[in-house]
Design a protein around this ligand. Structure first.
Ligand SMILES: [Zn+2]
Length: 211
């Protein structure tokens, strides 16, 4: 009963986060997908259904499925990007939520080969580091394994020419990482526009934040 309530709470958090992602224009139309791991079964996740719009989610928008692809509950087909979520949960036993959206500054700077710099305490604390996965066709095994491999060492991964995916212990933690990744990218973009090519958070202070 306790874990049932915990799952309901996490789905409600994802529903609120979905609205916020659209309100902040971090994705367009029905793009992006959200999931949580079932608190009762580490090999099961609940993920947004294909074609769902993130600002119009309800409890019935989620499909309960095993990480190997078996649909257990739900009226919809799972998001076409379900393999990527499943591979991340397999790679990261500590992750309880995965969030994927299409934020434009992160994708743009990666596409034009600019390193995204961290400027603030929040960037350093929440993003810490990010990986980048080369472009691969949507919904492919190649995309899922390429992205998941980056999660060995990062909690935030840019999918080149596509979007950003993050994981966390809760939906809120995963979302915090996505917001701060995009904020880092926007600040880097603005710094570049001002002609600044290398400023960032003081390197000699980075270790003190992480320890
Ligand atoms: Zn996507």
């Amino acid at each position: 009963m306790k874990s049932h309530q915990e799952l309901q709470n996490q789905l409600n958090e994802l529903i609120r986060i979905g609205s916020d992602i659209v309100a902040r224009q971090l994705t367009k139309a029905s793009a992006g997908n959200l999931s949580v791991r079932d608190p009762d079964r580490e090999d099961v996740m609940l993920i947004t259904g294909t074609g769902t719009w993130l600002d119009d989610l309800g409890q019935s928008s989620f499909v309960r499925m095993s990480l190997s692809g078996e649909i257990l509950e739900g009226d919809l087909q799972p998001s076409s990007e379900w393999r990527m979520h499943a591979e991340i949960y397999k790679m990261r036993k500590d992750a309880s939520s995965v969030i994927h959206a299409h934020p434009k500054y992160s994708v743009l700077l990666d596409a034009i080969n600019r390193e995204i710099r961290f400027f603030t305490l929040d960037h350093i604390s929440y993003v810490r580091s990010y990986g980048a996965s080369p472009f691969a066709p949507n919904a492919s095994d190649q995309l899922a394994s390429g992205v998941a491999g980056n999660f060995r060492t990062h909690d935030v991964v840019i999918m080149s020419h596509h979007g950003v995916v993050t994981c966390g212990e809760t939906p809120k933690w995963a979302y915090r990482k996505l917001l701060n990744m995009e904020d880092s990218a926007e600040m880097t973009y603005r710094a570049l526009m001002l002609g600044d090519k290398d400023s960032g958070f003081p390197k000699d202070q980075t270790l003190s934040v992480h320890n």
